[in-house]
Write a protein that binds this ligand. Structure first.
Ligand code: CO
Length: 688
């Protein structure tokens, strides 16, 4: 069988000679972005990227994925790092290999569509700071969402990599939507838009080896631009799919250094180097050099992140992806969300509801943010729907999706769901069909206005424009206006060592379990004793239970109204104090209830209504249906609200939920403010 793309090999002694390959596979390294995003919750710090940066620059990668995706969010929110500074810092160490970033279309590096002015400014600043390749995708594969910034990428002289999200509705490629023709047409669209390369973005690791082969063959035949395959290892197929894609003539593939590879991350580079050694597609990489880099990563870097690795399962592959055609990260989010709501037993209902919700919402690909949108709505349906009424609690993002704010879905949204979602929707009840950002008002000037006196340049303004709440908080840390909390500080190897010692002690049985009993506060009457037991000596503090004797006074010898008692009874009624005192010798109370002084005591304060803590204002409480962060209150104390009207916007699992008033009335109390974290059941406000 003759095949012009077949991987060919000439027999020779490879330990002595290694001729340059005819058509080497180009490789992008994902270690510094998707690698730690997939395995270590995107918590990689810039300082930990530097030790091997120069060594890796010598490997010969086509590009390195270093920025974008979730990094922008986690850096400013959890690491107290300026996201822009990372690009500039890494550029000082990595001079040969181009930088690639993941750009979520008009969502940029956030979770909603931003206005055109923000999108243009963001891409321009990313290019100016040092990004070379813009891997761009849209969660709906609606490429109108690239229109604003493709000219900006081009004008900056940078590489526009158009991506197509790989999605399935069936176990394998095909079905009513995601066929080979679908992908070929999308690739042609991207080429027509000026894409410099085309990426198949298999974010969930769902591409099967023979589908990868067929798809790459078809794409190579249909378009001129290089084809790039991005596949996650999650389901265990990615290495096989890589090899089949290479056989089909794929130009570029994505890998990680082995300590950052596998599980929900990507195939490792080292086995691929060996697999292709001596073939016409040999990468040309030096495996010994890679091993030297790995050694540093293993010893000096990874111990700081090990605790973030999800080691709840022994298996490194997630066959649920094969069973549900759903990203592994999305499934674990669903499980976490259910666990936080004490409803983990409903996971099977969630699995059953998920394909239904996805179909009703237009059979969208499942990738950030659509995976969260579909996932959270599914959980909401399972938890809050009653009887025959479905979609009882619709998230703000589902409303946006139904309005057309994310773009055009693969198939039309279920009209009934759409109608219900758009009832009373603030932008209008009629969905739009134009390019989504056309209905968005410019946002940049407002962001500049709102960061006056805080932001010093456009990069700062953009942090705020993308993430108003956490971005502002970060800028306050950055400029010393607020002390960053301890949890944003880096973990050191010293911390890791201490923890390791503790674990070893525990394993050796040398750690005594600490009693969880909380010590009562010491009173000022505590007396210290030295206690000697054999050769041991302890210093023991003794405090009478119930506190010190409450009364020290001079007992008047008779009723002498002119003698004021030295001790006035507490405002709380005397009987309340009495039971607190344990049986045992203690002085008589100074003032018995019948004593004249007590009788004349001022009216006890207890008679007046005690000041209620804010959460206990009289009325109907609105409890948080799920844990999350307060985005905003739509009403303030004293406002009149009608039943069903939105009172609070609560962000949970990155989705905004508009919480309606349980009854009509006046808003009596507002218990939190924007940016506060709340637990499930916390009373957000009270209506009376
Ligand atoms: Co990825």
């Amino acid at each position: 069988m003759s095949d012009e793309n077949a991987v060919k090999m000439t027999p020779m002694n490879y330990s002595k000679e290694r001729p340059a390959a005819e058509n080497p596979v180009k490789v992008e390294d994902l270690t510094l972005r998707d690698g730690h995003q997939s395995l270590f919750a995107t918590r990689g710090r810039t300082e930990d990227m530097i030790p091997v940066a120069e060594m890796k620059d010598e490997v010969g990668y086509w590009a390195r994925d270093v920025w974008g995706g979730a990094t922008f969010d986690t850096m400013h929110r959890f690491l107290n790092e300026d996201p822009w500074e990372r690009i500039r810092t890494l550029k000082r160490y990595i001079k040969k290999t181009p930088f690639s970033m993941l750009l979520r279309g008009q969502n940029l590096v956030g979770y909603r569509n931003y206005a055109d002015d923000v999108a243009g400014a963001f891409v321009e600043r990313a290019a100016a700071n040092g990004m070379d390749i813009f891997r761009t995708f849209d969660a709906l594969n609606d490429f109108r969402n690239f229109e604003t910034f493709v000219p900006v990428i081009k004008a900056s002289g940078k590489h526009f990599q158009g991506s197509i999200c790989y999605s399935l509705t069936e176990p394998r490629m095909g079905g009513e939507v995601y066929t080979i023709d679908y992908y070929v047409n999308k690739a042609k669209d991207l080429e027509a838009m000026g894409a410099d390369s085309i990426c198949i973005k298999d974010m969930a690791g769902m591409i099967a080896p023979y589908d990868a082969y067929a798809l790459v063959k078809a794409l190579k035949a249909a378009v001129q631009k290089p084809i790039h395959l991005h596949s996650h290892f999650t389901s265990g197929m990615a290495q096989m799919s890589h090899l089949k894609a290479i056989e089909a003539g794929v130009d570029i593939i994505d890998t990680c250094m082995s300590p950052y590879a596998f599980r929900t991350s990507h195939p490792a580079i080292e086995p691929l180097v060996m697999a292709l050694l001596g073939t016409n597609r040999d990468t040309g990489f030096d495996i010994k050099h890679l091993a030297a880099i790995n050694e540093i990563l293993e010893k000096e870097i990874l111990p700081k992140y090990r605790h973030l690795l999800d080691d709840t399962k022994i298996s490194v592959i997630d066959i649920n992806v094969l069973l549900h055609q759903t990203p592994g990260g999305m499934l674990s989010n669903l499980v976490n969300q259910l666990r936080e709501m004490d409803a983990l037993e409903k996971i099977d209902q969630v699995y059953a509801e998920l394909p239904r919700v996805r179909r009703e919402l237009g059979q969208v690909p499942l990738v950030t943010p659509t995976s969260q949108i579909v996932g959270i709505q599914t959980v909401n349906n399972v938890l809050f729907d009653e009887g025959n009424e479905r979609y009882k609690m619709i998230t703000a993002q589902v409303k946006d999706l139904c309005y057309g704010l994310y773009g055009k879905t693969a198939v039309p949204i279920d009209p009934e769901v759409q109608k219900k979602a758009l009832k009373g929707y603030e932008r209008g009840e009629e969905p739009i069909t134009c390019r989504p950002a056309e209905v968005l008002k410019p946002e940049l000037e407002k962001a500049k206005e709102e960061t006056k006196g805080l932001a010093i340049d456009l990069d700062d303004v953009l942090i705020y424009a993308l993430y108003p709440i956490t971005g502002k908080k970060f800028l306050r840390w950055k400029y010393g206006k607020e002390q960053p909390p301890a949890e944003v500080k880096p973990r050191t190897l010293g911390d890791v060592r201490k923890e390791k010692e503790l674990i070893q002690k525990a394993k050796a049985g040398k750690l005594v379990e600490k009693k969880e009993k909380e010590a009562p506060p010491k009173s000022e009457n505590v007396r210290t004793f030295n206690v000697f037991v054999g050769d041991d000596y302890f210093e023991v503090g003794v405090d009478e239970i119930g506190g010190s004797p409450m009364i020290s006074y001079v007992q008047p010898s008779g009723p002498m109204p002119w003698t004021a008692p030295m001790y006035a009874p507490p405002a709380t009624p005397a009987p309340a104090a009495a039971p607190a005192a344990p049986a045992g010798p203690r002085p008589e109370p100074a003032v018995a209830p019948a004593a004249p002084a007590a009788a004349k005591a001022p009216e006890p304060a207890a008679k007046t209504e005690p000041a209620r803590p804010a959460g206990e204002a009289a009325g109907t409480p609105l409890p948080a249906p799920m844990p999350g962060m307060i985005v905003s209150y739509e009403k303030k104390v004293g406002d009149t609200v009608s039943q069903g009207e939105t009172v609070v916007i609560l962000e949970a699992m990155k989705m905004e939920n508009a919480l309606p008033a349980p009854i009509g009335g006046t808003l009596k109390a507002v218990n939190y403010s924007s940016g506060d974290t709340v637990a499930k059941g916390d009373v957000l406000c009270v209506i009376g």
